[in-house]
Design a protein around this ligand. Structure first.
Ligand SMILES: [Zn+2]
Ligand SMILES: [Zn+2]
Length: 211
């Protein structure tokens, strides 16, 4: 088995979407698939506009996935549709997110939830093996690295436990220390903070990923 490790998170000033000169442009009439457990794969950069051909369906849809895919073969560049409908994971017998990390090893989740996250949901760029936060007996929705997460949401009551736990994890004071974390782009930190939201109660959670 080989793991196709993506590059570390791009510096903050890197372009998030690079348009290829060759190949198809996105078809505006074709709606992108929605990922229940992933708010915006374009913002995190694992999905981008590109003329590249999908290694699953062979079509240039105008979009390509460049995140991790854990499989025997080397294929890992897929269109959003082949990820969302499970055909890429099925065809190459792989997973985008480590099934064992769904629930972060703390919560047992229903198998259909684990399968949707591991086989039909894009991954995100991380240093360590990714984990997936869960709450209310369901996987959470990945909201992104903390620098991309809405500040009002992070200041809300739903975030209180997450802020406290994150401060403990990185040894920061919840007041000024937390603010300095929010003010520091991820590229200037030695760790990333991944944030998830509960689809049922709205609570935030996540974890710290150390380089
Ligand atoms: Zn495809
Ligand atoms: Zn919840």
């Amino acid at each position: 088995m080989s793991r196709h490790v993506p590059p570390p998170p791009a510096p903050d000033n890197a372009p998030k979407a690079l348009e290829d000169e060759l190949g198809a442009a996105p078809d505006p009439a074709r709606a992108l698939p929605e990922f229940r457990y992933y708010a915006d794969p374009f913002e995190s950069g694992v999905m981008r506009t590109s003329g590249e051909t999908c290694q699953c369906c062979g079509k240039a849809t105008g979009y390509i996935y460049g995140g991790s895919f854990f499989a025997v073969g080397s294929e890992s560049h897929f269109c959003p549709w082949c990820i969302a409908d499970g055909s890429a994971a099925a065809k190459f017998d792989g997973e985008f997110n480590d099934a064992a990390g769904v629930g972060m090893g703390e919560v047992e989740l229903p198998m259909p939830v684990i399968e949707e996250v591991s086989q039909r949901t894009p991954s995100f760029f991380s240093w360590q093996q990714e984990q997936w936060w869960a709450h209310c007996n369901d996987a959470g929705r990945f909201l992104g690295e903390i620098e991309h997460v809405d500040r009002a949401l992070l200041a809300s009551e739903n975030a209180a436990d997450f802020v406290r736990e994150t401060c403990e994890a990185v040894r920061l004071e919840p007041g000024e220390g937390w603010q300095s974390l929010l003010d520091t782009p991820s590229g200037d930190r030695s760790f990333a903070v991944f944030v998830f939201g509960c689809l049922h109660c709205g609570k935030l959670g996540g974890y710290v990923d150390h380089s």
